[in-house]
Design a protein around this ligand. Structure first.
Ligand code: DGL
Length: 247
C-alpha cells in the first residue's frame, strides 16, 4: 500500500498539475500522488470507451495502493468516465473537474462566454446538460481546440493553433472558460490574441469539493505538517511534472 491515505490525482498528462496546485493551496497538509498518462495523451480525441479504459486503469492502480480519494484533474476524463469510476468505487470520494461555465454565466449576465475545451468534452453529453440547465445556450460558445492540449503536452508553440481557433473572436469576447486543464499554461498567449479577457477554470471549485467530501467522511488529514507530493507517469520523467508545478 505505497499510497495509503494519499489523494490520487490524475490527468492525461501535465494539465492536471494546474489542479494539483490549487489542491495544495486549499489542502496543504494532504499527501498527493499525481499520475500523468502522457503515454496515452491526448484523451480529447479518443472515444468514450477508450477514455473510460485508460481512466479505470489508473484508478484501479491508485486504489489498490491505498488512496483515500480520487481527483480526476481532467475535464475530458470527468465527462467520459466519472460516472463509471463512481460505479466501480462507490465508497471512495471521486471528485471530477468540470468547465466552470456556471460561475462564468452567473457572474457575467448577458455577456457572451467562450468555452475552450477538447473535442470529447464538448461533444459528450455532460457539456450539453450543463449548458441547458443554465439556460445559456445562446451565449455560451464552445470552441473545440483540437491539438492544443497535445501542443502544450509536447512543449510546442501553440500560437498558430490559438490564432486559428480564436482570431474570429478577437475583441468580441471578454470572458473565457478554460475547459481543459492543460490550457491555463497558455493564458498569456490567449490574451495576446483575444485582448484582456477574464478567465474561469474549475480548479478552485474542485479543491473546495474535495475538502467538503473529505470533511464529510472524516478523512481530512489533521496533521499540521506540509504533505508529501509524489509523481508518476506512463512515460514522461517525473521531474518534468515537478517543473510544471513550480511554473
Ligand atoms: N487535460 C485534459 C482536460 O482537462 C485533456 C487533454 C487531452 O488529453 O486531450 O480535458
Amino acid at each position: 500500500m505505497k499510497y495509503k491515505d494519499y489523494i490520487g490525482v490524475f490527468d492525461s498528462g501535465v494539465g492536471g498539475i494546474n489542479v494539483l496546485k490549487e489542491l495544495i493551496r486549499v489542502l496543504p497538509n494532504e499527501n498527493y500522488i499525481y499520475y500523468g498518462d502522457s503515454l496515452h495523451a491526448p484523451y480529447g480525441n479518443k472515444t468514450k470507451q477508450e477514455i473510460i479504459k485508460y481512466s479505470l486503469n489508473i484508478v484501479n492502480d491508485l486504489v489498490k495502493n491505498g488512496v483515500k480519494a480520487i481527483v480526476i484533474a481532467c475535464n475530458t476524463a470527468t465527462s467520459a468516465a466519472a460516472s463509471e469510476i463512481r460505479k466501480q468505487y462507490p465508497k471512495i470520494p471521486i471528485i471530477g473537474i468540470e468547465p466552470a461555465i456556471k460561475p462564468a454565466v452567473i457572474e457575467n449576465p448577458r455577456k457572451k462566454i467562450l468555452v475552450l475545451a477538447t473535442k470529447a468534452t464538448i461533444e459528450f453529453e455532460k457539456f450539453h446538460t450543463l449548458r441547458n440547465s443554465l439556460n445559456a445556450q445562446n451565449r455560451v460558445i464552445p470552441v473545440i481546440c483540437e491539438g492544443l492540449a497535445e501542443a502544450i503536452e509536447n512543449n510546442k508553440d501553440p500560437k498558430d493553433l490559438l490564432k486559428k481557433y480564436l482570431l474570429p473572436y478577437k475583441n468580441k469576447i471578454s470572458i473565457v472558460v478554460l475547459g481543459c486543464t492543460h490550457y491555463p499554461f497558455v493564458k498569456k498567449e490567449i490574451k495576446s490574441i483575444l485582448g484582456n479577457v477574464r478567465f474561469y477554470d474549475g480548479a478552485y471549485g474542485t479543491a473546495l469539493n474535495l475538502k467538503r467530501q473529505l470533511s464529510n467522511k472524516n478523512l481530512l488529514n489533521i496533521s499540521n505538517q506540509k504533505g508529501v507530493i509524489l509523481f508518476e507517469s506512463s512515460n514522461h520523467t517525473k521531474s518534468l511534472y515537478k517543473q510544471f508545478l513550480i511554473q
